[in-house]
Ligand binder design. Structure first.
Ligand code: DGL
Length: 278
């Protein structure tokens, strides 16, 4: 594989639609940047898949984004960040191209949240994969050892969003169930991390069942801020990212399905193209 050295858009990867909530906030903060969004919808959801499978699928998509020219790829998916990022950074990048970068969304989230929690008790909701990986508690332990993390896997929330049922009455049952179970485990929680990029679409229902004292962290805004900061500190990477304000959308599934669902996430029409990653 020969990779081009020409400047190119920033790659934003997710297993499906969830990363669009991160892209939306990044676009808002950096409107002049170019992005290539890749959703691996044909193989989503990743949340309940094994470590090895998530790693293999994520690596294939990252390589595809490199082939499309991207010098910087953001894994806008908590599950991929939890299960694939470290391996890709340590084992694959040196082999593929040590000059390219792949960043995840867990560390920047932890860095920010640790600065603001008063009680030092944090709640985390995520997919089964993200929760089982213990990536969030491990990252908190490294950066803020005084913080206690209480987590709760919410396997029914992604299907509710993917099936456009997140505003329906049926969603209330599973939102209340998981939030009640989390708060029962630790009543001192003052901050809740929505550790899955689909969950911002459930935010109204989550607010309804969460005690008022608990602040909800919007991961998209944190990641957008942290990316801007990263680019200002890494001029060599920044210079390789183009700026025409254009975003291209790619999906490994049907384009029609993607366009319809993406409009729910982004609140605007998009015209995606189909892409094979293997
Ligand atoms: N986007 C994924 C995440 O943030 C959730 C969707 C999936 O299970 O693939 O964890």
């Amino acid at each position: 594989m020969t990779l081009s050295d020409k400047p190119a858009p920033i790659g934003i990867f997710d297993s499906g639609y969830g990363g669009l909530t991160i892209l939306r906030d990044i676009q808002q903060r950096m409107p002049d940047r170019d992005f290539i969004y890749l959703g691996d919808n044909a193989r989503a959801p990743y949340g309940s898949r094994s470590f090895d499978v998530v790693y293999t699928f994520t690596l294939q998509c990252v390589q595809r984004l490199f082939e499309m020219g991207c010098h910087l790829v953001i894994l806008a998916c908590n599950t991929a960040s939890a299960k694939a990022l470290r391996n890709i950074q340590q084992n694959d990048l040196p082999r593929l191209d040590p000059e390219r970068r792949v960043l995840g969304i867990i560390r920047p989230t932890v860095e920010q949240v640790g600065l603001t929690s008063q009680t030092r008790h944090i709640g985390l909701v995520g997919t089964t994969g993200t929760v089982q990986s213990k990536s969030y508690p491990l990252e908190f332990k490294k950066l803020y050892p005084d913080i206690t993390v209480t987590d709760k896997a919410c396997p029914m929330w992604v299907p509710l969003v993917e099936n456009n049922e997140h505003n329906g009455d049926g969603a209330d049952f599973f939102v209340k169930k998981y939030i009640d179970e989390l708060i029962k485990k630790d009543e001192q929680i003052d901050t809740l991390i929505l550790g899955c990029t689909h969950y911002p679409l459930l935010i109204d229902k989550i607010k309804k069942y969460l005690p008022e004292r608990v602040r909800i962290v919007s991961q998209g805004e944190l990641i957008a801020e942290s990316l801007e900061n990263y680019l200002s500190r890494h001029e060599n990477i920044d210079a390789k990212c183009t700026r025409n304000g254009v975003t291209k959308y790619y999906t490994t599934e049907s384009v029609e399905k993607f366009n319809e669902a993406a409009s729910i996430f982004l609140n605007k029409k998009v015209e995606a193209q189909h892409l094979e990653v293997i």
